[in-house]
Write a protein that binds this ligand. Structure first.
Ligand code: GDP
Ligand code: MG
Length: 193
């Protein structure tokens, strides 16, 4: 018999957002059904893959994680914008990450208002690098910490509607909506390709 699986599509999806919002744990939950409360030293690889069936087709999701360089990159970008005033160097820093991406998850921590306010900047970076028709999902992670909520759902819904993004709240810890958000974005990517 032939045990090799025929892959119909490979979709690259990038995770972006501030440090510590839970990008790596969302990916660990989705790809391996794992979660770690102490996830500092997790990342040695640049992406994880998971194969799933959508509409009878075999879809390989290749999910890229930023390996904790978020803060440094934003500072570098701000510096270059301020002192060089050109986009060339700035693009070189991040373009490899976005190259070929057909989907993006913009992740904030719903207990950290600043991580939501920074979504504007992440979206700007994304739109500066990615394809026109990239599918984008806004994710408010850590919804298990409801009593610490700092971002009202309406604020996120309004932002998502204005910017034409999908939106979901998730918990990598409790596994809430994790499968659903990846399935939703991958299904939409499949639909438009
Ligand atoms: P990253 O820097 O965006 O990759 O964030 P990490 O995935 O490394 O997570 C940062 C911290 O938040 C870690 O201590 C995680 O255990 C914790 N964390 C991640 N997701 C959740 C979640 O859904 N709920 C809670 N309560 N903590 C989470
Ligand atoms: Mg990480």
């Amino acid at each position: 018999g032939d045990y090799s699986q025929k892959i119909d599509y490979v979709f690259k999806v990038v995770l972006i957002g501030d440090s510590a919002v839970g990008k790596t744990q969302l990916l660990a939950r989705f790809s391996r059904n794992e979660f770690s409360l102490d996830s500092k030293a997790t990342i040695g690889v640049e992406f994880q893959t998971k194969t799933l069936i959508i509409d009878n087709k075999t879809v390989k999701a290749q999910i890229w994680d930023t390996a904790g360089q978020e803060r440094g990159r934003l500072i570098v970008i701000a510096y270059i914008k301020a002192f060089v005033g050109r986009r060339i160097l700035y693009r070189a820093v991040t373009s490899a990450y976005y190259r070929g991406a057909v989907g993006a998850m913009l992740v904030y921590d719903m207990t950290k208002r600043q991580s939501f306010d920074h979504m504007v900047r992440w979206l700007e970076e994304l739109r500066g690098h990615a394809d026109q028709n990239i599918v984008i999902m806004l994710i408010g992670n850590k919804c298990d910490l409801g009593s610490l909520r700092a971002v009202p759902m309406e604020d996120a819904e309004e932002f998502a509607q204005r910017e034409n993004l999908f939106f979901m709240e998730t918990s990598a810890l409790e596994s809430t909506n994790v499968e659903t958000c990846f399935l939703t974005i991958l299904t939409e990517i499949y639909r438009i390709h």
